[in-house]
Design a binder for this molecule. Structure first.
Ligand code: C5P
Length: 285
């Protein structure tokens, strides 16, 4: 029996634009994605000689083949033709679920990376990311991580200069958002404002944090804010604590902020914790 450990980092979308609906029902996106230091622990035990199992004590996380981590392992062994002779996946969750932080995708990506390493890298990083696309749109990014421009369904990736070090605060309101429902809602809503992805890319190239902050925008943010006043409430606390920028990530509901320094980050987190139970400090990875 052997144990494989891998960290599964969450992501935020510094920009997120939806360009249109495709014939296959998915949407074409253009998004600058960023890995953040909030992570789940994924541990795999191969050769257990028992049926596959998935252990996770967080409420709402499926502990069977519906979990993306399970799907990732199944796909890996299908593609390699190997048999692990029993597999137990244990996940310690820290990334909130239904949050727009790609938590399930991060776990799946960690399974792919961990198994690939354990079996002497049958796949290159790019091949592993392509494999991830069969599991979910965010999985390829989560396999590679860092700072990237994502296009297509999210699987066409181009590495960008790393985001400068900074303090981020993330806050999950008390509701979650269904991604497919939100995409359908966006299809019926006129989109008045789009992010300037070129400007974001230029800001990353020169490493200017204030310009990066100035270009943070997600087309889903106004749609979710219109229905859930908690988004604006969280933002008002970020504004009071001098955030350089704040915005919802992905399909929500987490709102993240870029803070000018660690002490204002601490102050924002303390203020938010008076109302919200899921508040995290993080940095770009
Ligand atoms: O790929 P994934 O299973 O993570 O996507 C979840 C849902 O989000 C899809 O079923 C689809 O409704 C929506 N989606 C989309 N366009 C994308 C990514 C996701 O419409 N590019």
């Amino acid at each position: 029996m052997e144990i494989i450990r891998e960290k599964a980092y969450g992501k935020i979308n510094l920009t997120l634009d939806v360009l249109g609906v495709r014939p296959d029902g998915y949407h074409d996106l253009k998004s600058v994605m960023q890995t953040v230091s909030l992570f789940d622990d994924v541990q795999m035990c191969v050769g257990t000689k028992r049926n596959w199992e998935l252990i996770c004590t967080t409420e709402g996380v499926p502990c069977d083949e519906k979990n993306l981590a399970w799907k990732a392992a199944r796909l890996f062994f299908e593609k390699t033709g190997r048999d692990p002779e029993g597999l137990t996946i244990s996940i310690t969750k820290r990334i909130p679920s239904g949050a727009g932080m790609g938590g399930g995708s991060a776990d799946a990506a960690a399974v792919l990376r961990g198994l690939n390493r354990h079996y002497a890298s049958p796949f290159s990083p790019t091949e592993l990311a392509d494999l991830g696309a069969e599991i979910g749109s965010d999985v390829p990014f989560c396999v590679l991580g860092g700072t990237m421009m994502a296009e297509g369904r999210g699987e066409r990736l181009r590495r960008l200069p790393a985001m400068p070090k900074c303090t981020m605060v993330l806050c999950k309101p008390d509701f979650s958002v269904s991604t497919p429902v939100l995409f359908r809602k966006l299809d019926q809503t006129p989109v008045l404002h789009h992010p300037d992805n070129d400007a974001m890319e230029r800001a990353l190239q020169v490493g200017a944090l204030e310009k990066i902050a100035g270009n943070i925008f997600n087309v889903f943010d106004p749609v979710v804010s219109a229905e859930h006043p908690q988004i604006d409430h969280i933002k008002s606390i970020f504004v009071q604590t001098n955030a350089a920028a704040c915005q919802m990530t992905g399909s929500g509901s987490v709102v993240f902020a870029i803070m000018p320094d660690a002490s204002s980050g601490k102050r924002a987190a303390e203020e938010l914790k008076k109302t919200y139970s899921q508040v995290f400090c993080a940095e770009p990875v």
